[in-house]
Design a protein around this ligand. Structure first.
Ligand SMILES: C=C(O[C@@H]1C=C(C(=O)O)C=C[C@H]1O)C(=O)O
Length: 182
């Protein structure tokens, strides 16, 4: 099934801000908490969907990072990287679009498995890895292919000191979610 891609690659060349506190954004209240929460977004979405959660792979390919992604990873923008784009669905609604950029030098040793995640959440691998470190969260606004603006966050993760960049875009459908859980 061809899954519609919510964003084009240059959408990720937006301006990214490292915020000191959630209130510094005018994002909806709940998103401010999630936008800057350093835990697993997957866990929040599993709870908010009462377990009706799944990862849908939009595409996974070897390509080139956007300029901003290359800068964040401190790599040459001509360097080939593994690009993983997924949608995180709650109750079959697309809640988050996530794009992960993994340099080939990170896909070595135990981290080779990052190339074979399929529909397993990247978060379950990252947060179970004892060597995982997470860099500062940055927040930005991206333009979806629909023309709507969406809040997004990104951060570097390090496994065995090898970097990957994860960007998560909060899609409009997430605004309808009842956040009864904490
Ligand atoms: C980093 C996490 O993994 C999530 C799952 C992803 C995937 O499967 O590609 C990508 C980004 C995240 O939204 C997380 O759960 O926090």
């Amino acid at each position: 099934m061809i899954v519609p891609v919510a964003l084009s690659q240059n959408s990720f060349d937006t301006r990214w801000y490292t915020l000191k506190r959630p209130a510094a954004t005018d994002a909806p209240r709940i998103w401010r908490r999630w936008l800057l929460d350093r835990g697993s977004l997957t866990q929040h979405l599993v709870q908010a969907s009462q377990g009706h959660f799944r990862v849908e792979v939009v595409r996974q390919l070897w390509g080139r990072p956007s300029r901003s992604e290359a800068r964040a990873l401190n790599i040459d923008p001509r360097q080939k990287v593994l690009i993983r784009e997924v949608r995180l669905l709650g109750h079959e609604q697309p809640w988050v679009f996530a794009r992960t950029i993994i340099p080939a030098s990170t896909l070595t040793g135990k981290q080779r498995k990052l190339n074979g995640l399929g529909c397993r959440s990247l978060g379950t691998v990252l947060f179970r890895d004892p060597t995982m470190k997470r860099g500062p969260l940055q927040v930005g606004r991206l333009t979806l292919n629909s023309g709507e603006m969406a809040w997004a966050r990104r951060s570097l993760f390090y496994l065995a000191n090898k970097p990957l960049l994860v960007t998560e875009v909060f899609l409009p459908a997430l605004q309808q979610v009842n956040y009864g859980h904490k």
